[in-house]
Each structure stands twice: as C-alpha cells, then as structure tokens.
Design a protein around this ligand. Sequence first.
Ligand code: IMP
Ligand code: MG
Length: 178
Amino acid sequence: MNNDFEKIIYDTETLKARIAEMGKTITADYLDKDPIVIGVLKGAFVFMADLIRAIDTPCEVEFLGVSSYGSGTTTTGAVEITRDLGKDIEGRHVIIVEDILDSGVTLAYLKKYLANRCPASIRICTLLDKPARRQADITPDYVGFTCPDEFIVGFGLDYAERYRNLPYIAILKREVYS
Ligand code: IMP
Ligand code: MG
C-alpha cells in the first residue's frame, strides 16, 4: 500500500500536536456554551474522535451523513444528506467538523441546511483547507493545516473508500486514480 503514495505530508505526531492545539482553542471559545459538535461522515470521523478528546468543556456529539463525490476525485457539485441529525439544534452553538474543505460546495450547503434550524451560532472546523480549489463563498473558523492542491488520503480521507485507516495523511500517486 505504501507504494501508492507520493509522500506523507502530515505524520501521526504532527497531526496529534495540531489537533491538541485546536482543541485548546475551541475549549477557550466555548467554555460553558455546551456546543454541539457535528461531524460530517464519513471523512471527519477520525479527526472528530481526536478533536473531541482535546476539548476540555462539556459538549455533545452528532453526525451528519453527506455524500458529494461518488468515487471520483473532484466534486460533482451535488450534495446529498444520507443521515440526518439525531436532535434539535435550535438555540444551540454548533461546530461543524470536516476532514477537508476543498471546493467548499459541501460545507456551504451544510451551513445553510443547519442555519435553517435556527442554532445560536455555527462555526466550521476543518482539519485541512485546500483554498486553491474554492468555488463556494465559505471561510472556515478553525483550520488544522492549509494543504497543497493535491489529492490526499488517510486519517479518514478516502479514495473510493480506501485509505481511511492510515494513521497519517499522504499524497496519492496520480497513477492510482488516473
Ligand atoms: P468540497 O465540497 O469540494 O469542499 O469537498 C469536500 C469533501 O470532498 C470532503 O469532505 C472530502 O470527503 C472530499 N475531498 C476533497 N478533497 C479531497 C482529497 O484531497 N482527498 C480525499 N477527499 C477529498
Ligand atoms: Mg470523501
């Protein structure tokens, strides 16, 4: 499997250290606000698991199932909710957690979708930001790393459902997907 990668861009230790910092920032911003942390499935689940353990104030956890990609490497522009929230978010502080913000189509759609339910606030926390490819008008509030315009996998990120289990993030060789 290691043969499939150009190089590792964020190793396990680097990810761990950065997520600990993000957790500290979120803790300070949400002290006694009892936020609902909403993970976007499936990609965010690995980051989300580490992030919530780095948040040192009470919070709730929910998941939204979203599909926007099929098995390709570029967005189709269509977003489908495959699993909805388990509870009402009216009047609550919401933090949407994503693996990567790429075109921004997914998060722009989700932010609007959740805003319709009248939460007290909505912020976006993404492990990775790929600003080079932005199409939608959306700015994340918390970013782990600004990443290069390459197709990357691991730590929850997939190519055709593979590589989510890697404990690091690597650039996938073009020959694997072209
Ligand atoms: P967006 O709607 O284009 O911002 O796409 C967001 C979703 O696309 C992410 O949640 C990922 O699931 C997927 N995605 C975008 N870029 C990559 C990548 O480089 N590797 C793996 N998945 C990606
Ligand atoms: Mg994906």
